[in-house]
Ligand binder design. Structure first.
Ligand code: BV8
Ligand code: ZN
Length: 247
């Protein structure tokens, strides 16, 4: 583990700075949640693009397959726990003015927060697998027992229900994106944890923070699209690096 970079990062994080944390699927990798891309990623780019695109859901022929994939991912939520990276991030968040903008659709940050009895601001840029909403109206429900494989219909308008996530070709929740973008302009530090930095507008957050003078600190075992604009690059797993950073 590259300790000099960790020491530099730890030094920068002293003095309760304003920190925007940009989280990707790598933070949940050590909880057993597969990443999308990069080494260990379990999907080809074509599969990701297909299985996470609104057009696939809108095609009656392909909707069933997509909802099966999402239901399997929803059921996996019962079997996973926060890893040391989640716990350490919640610990760090208690040392300053932290906001977490996550691309992840799992509940592991909230679970780690509940265990710590401390809840920082957590924005889900791409929504959540726990919630289900109507594709036609604003009906929404948090019900992990609802089986999407049965292609349930909205009790209000009979429209098709779908996971409460943001697909390619869909806009991110305006309020969440707006608040995250504003924080990116005000942050002293942007902590980039386990993201390939390929998906927009989420990837525009660290880029914006950089433009407004923030120090970028990346934790990722591999090169990402954000490594070259990062001021401090810690080549390691978040589950191993963040607990050391917290000490
Ligand atoms: C939109 C659904 C407009 C939920 C997902 C500007 C430029 C270029 C393209 C665009 C642009 N603006 C819009 C686009 C189009 C598109 C886009 O970005 N395309 C790219 C790919 C070319 N964006 C969109 O369509 C977005 N919508 O802009 O709307 C609009 C406005 C009005 C009206 C209509 C439309 C919507 C984007 C949301 C897509 N939804 N998923 C789900 O099922 O999860 S994307 C999918 O990729 C996941 O959600 C995931 O969150 C996301 C990003 O992936 P990462 O989190 O970065 O994870 P990844 O697997 O890629 O990488 C993992 C990393 O972890 C690796 O680097 C690895 O090294 C590292 N790692 C591994 N192990 C560890 C680790 N790190 C630390 N520790 C470890 N142990
Ligand atoms: Zn409806």
């Amino acid at each position: 583990m590259n300790l000099p970079a960790i020491d530099r990062a730890a030094h920068r994080l002293i003095g309760s700075p304003t920190v925007l944390v940009c989280v990707g699927s790598g933070l949940s990798a050590e909880s057993g949640v597969p990443t999308f891309r990069g080494p260990g990623g379990i999907y080809s780019d074509a599969e990701i693009a297909h299985l996470t695109h609104v057009d696939t859901f809108e095609s009656e022929r392909e909707r069933g397959h997509m909802l099966h994939w999402y239901q399997e991912r929803r059921e996996q939520l019962h079997t996973i726990e926060p890893n040391p990276g989640h716990h350490a991030l919640i610990g760090l968040a208690q040392t300053g003015d932290y906001t977490i903008a996550t691309q992840n659709v799992d509940h592991l940050l909230e679970a780690a927060s509940d265990q710590a009895g401390f809840r920082p601001a957590i924005y889900h840029l791409h929504g959540s697998l726990l919630s289900v909403r109507c594709h036609e109206c604003d009906y929404q429900v948090e019900d992990l027992h609802l089986d999407l494989r049965e292609q349930p219909r909205c009790p209000r308008c009979q429209g098709p229900l779908r996971p409460g996530v943001v697909w390619f070709g869909e806009a991110l929740p305006e309020d969440t994106l707006g608040k995250s973008m504003k924080l990116a302009q005000e942050a002293d530090i942007c902590l980039i944890l386990g993201t390939s930095g390929l998906v927009y507008p989420a990837a525009a957050l660290p880029e914006t923070a950089k433009r407004f003078g923030a120090t970028l600190i990346e934790v990722n075992p591999h090169l990402s699209a954000l490594s070259d604009i990062s001021d401090i690059v810690i080549r390691g797993k978040t589950g191993e690096v963040l607990p050391v950073l917290l000490r």
